[in-house]
Design a protein around this ligand. Structure first.
Ligand SMILES: Cc1cn([C@H]2C[C@H](O)[C@@H](COP(=O)(O)OP(=O)(O)O[C@H]3O[C@@H](C)C(=O)[C@@H](O)[C@H]3O)O2)c(=O)[nH]c1=O
Length: 200
């Protein structure tokens, strides 16, 4: 497993060693020891999620209140998504900065997001499946979103899928109505860098 920190502090991309043989392939998509070696922390497993998305579906940018926050370890076992992490921690030296990683069933990479980091992904193929391990359970009242098209975030969303066909973007009503970064900042819902640091 090769681990690299992304431009968003504490967020990682993890590239596994794939063991191919005449039956198929084998890989470790999560290894607590590697996460601990890279971050000095553990991911307490409270929930494991799975979503399946049509090509063009965009989910996010989502984040949870800190504390307790929700750290996530994200993997795409089938299909392809552009996974995006956004630093939403007020006071972070990288506040507003983002990083994108292609997660797919070829390289089979994974992304780790610490608490307070926003998460979004765009499905680049039909039936793209994303599974993720979460450090806390779902609490709808603690979940928030930021507009994935906010010019302040300057997120770049591909216009074609991995087969080269144009993508028609599809969002939930909730994500379409999400506030901008500045609106979320004014509303006081964004996590603070200090509160996130206190969790480590
Ligand atoms: C996130 C979540 C949703 N749900 C329900 C609520 C709703 O009826 C349905 C779909 O919920 P959403 O529209 O919020 O699903 P979705 O837009 O896929 O939300 C997810 O987006 C990605 C980017 C993340 O990082 C996740 O943490 C989560 O926020 O599933 C749960 O039961 N448990 C959960 O943990």
């Amino acid at each position: 497993m090769h681990v690299e920190e992304l431009a968003v502090p504490g967020a990682l991309v993890l590239s596994p060693t794939q063991h191919d043989d005449d039956r198929g392939t084998f890989l470790e998509w999560f290894r607590a020891e590697d996460l601990r070696a890279a971050t000095g922390r553990d991911l307490t497993l409270a929930q494991a999620n799975c979503s399946v998305s049509a090509a063009g579906v965009l989910r996010g940018v989502h984040y949870a209140d800190v504390p307790p926050g929700q750290a996530k370890h994200v993997f795409c076992p089938s299909g392809a998504v552009l996974d995006v992490v956004v630093d939403l921690r007020v006071g972070s030296p990288a506040f507003g900065r983002s990083a994108s990683v292609l997660l797919d069933d070829v390289d089979r990479r994974a992304v780790f997001l610490p608490e307070g980091v926003g998460h979004a992904f765009l499905a680049l193929a039909e039936a793209s499946t994303v599974v993720y391990l979460c450090s806390t359970g779902y609490a709808p009242g603690r979940e928030h979103g930021v507009d994935p098209f906010d010019p302040d975030l300057a997120l770049v969303w591909p216009t074609t899928g991995r087969d080269g066909a144009p993508l028609e973007l599809r969002l939930s009503d909730k994500d379409r109505a999400a506030p901008s970064l500045q609106e979320a900042l004014r509303a006081g819902t964004l996590p603070s860098w200090e509160a996130c640091a206190a969790l480590r």
